[in-house]
Design a protein around this ligand. Structure first.
Ligand code: NAD
Length: 259
């Protein structure tokens, strides 16, 4: 018995990385998957490889969500995964002293406005049946401060809080519509490329990034997808308003704790 049989699942930012892995796992578990992304070429290619449908959705744009609501008016699972660090075009300052207001706002537009609009779409697409699962991809950075990535950390913290608000609101309406957040840390995807670079220092940088991670390695997108499958499935029907960390043990302790 497949775990997501006949469930209609929308995944944002699913052209690559974690979103792609989630869309693939959902498809393998019997779901009807709609891959969405701002990148039309890569999104369409990914959907073709998975064997599912693609719709272009820029999560920042209300009009794109309205269009999706017209095409996919009913959904069982929505994963708000699309996200940016702000470093996509290069390593600009994102610390609290030097970050520009424009850069701060742009990261929040994608990560936070995109998640708000995605949750709003999801509620509309689920309330008819009165059941469903909304999964918001936050981050470890939403739970701790990140001096060099202030907007990213702030937007991911807001996603965590908004997930709880959505969970409580849906419960208040008498719906079995659940909303939870997933908090990955150091998952090996393209999001790390601007930080790693392609030079001779790449391997050293990779080792340094996971030096404080108890499992001493990056996580893989499939490992995040496995958690998303459980939250999407009817195995998790009593799980709402909570958060799942997937971080190789990083948040279990502190780098400064005694050995
Ligand atoms: N990789 C990690 O270590 C890690 C850790 C914590 C959280 N996350 C979060 O996981 C999510 C996926 O990250 P990833 O590592 O797969 O990154 P990625 O860069 O590989 O993929 C992000 C995807 O989002 C899409 N996207 C960007 N802006 C968009 C927009 N406006 N509308 C629609 N799609 C858009 C991109 O085209 C891309 O396909 C993000 O929210 C990220 O913050 C990742």
């Amino acid at each position: 018995m497949k775990r997501l049989s006949n469930k209609t699942c929308v995944v944002t930012g699913a052209a690559r990385g974690i979103g792609r892995a989630i869309a693939t796992s959902f498809h393998n578990e019997g779901a009807v998957v709609i891959v969405t992304d701002i990148d039309e070429a890569m999104g369409a290619a990914t959907a073709a490889e998975i064997g599912c449908r693609f719709e272009r959705v820029d999560v920042r744009e209300e009009a794109d969500w309205s269009r999706l609501a017209g095409i996919v008016p009913v959904a069982d699972v929505v994963v708000n995964n699309a996200g940016v660090t702000g470093f996509e075009a290069g390593l600009v300052p994102h610390d609290p002293e030097h970050a520009s207001l424009a850069d701060w706002r742009e990261v929040h537009r994608v990560n936070l406005d995109g998640t708000f609009l995605g949750c709003r779409y999801a509620i509309g697409a689920m309330k008819g049946a009165g059941t469903g699962s909304i999964i918001n991809i936050s981050s470890r950075s939403g739970l701790v401060g990140i001096p060099g990535a202030a907007a990213y950390a702030s937007s991911k913290a807001a996603i965590r809080n908004h997930s709880k608000t959505v969970a409580l609101y849906c419960a208040q309406q008498g719906w079995q519509i659940r909303c939870n957040s997933i908090h990955p840390a150091a998952i090996l995807t393209s999001i790390w490329e601007p930080m790693l670079g392609s030079g001779p220092g790449r391997n050293g940088k990779m080792r340094a990034l996971v030096a404080d991670t108890p499992l001493k390695r990056f996580g893989m997108p499939d490992e995040v997808a496995a958690i998303a499958v459980t939250l999407a499935s009817d195995e998790a029907t009593y799980v709402t308003g909570t958060e799942v960390n997937i971080d190789g043990g990083l948040l279990a302790g502190s780098a400064a704790s005694p050995g």
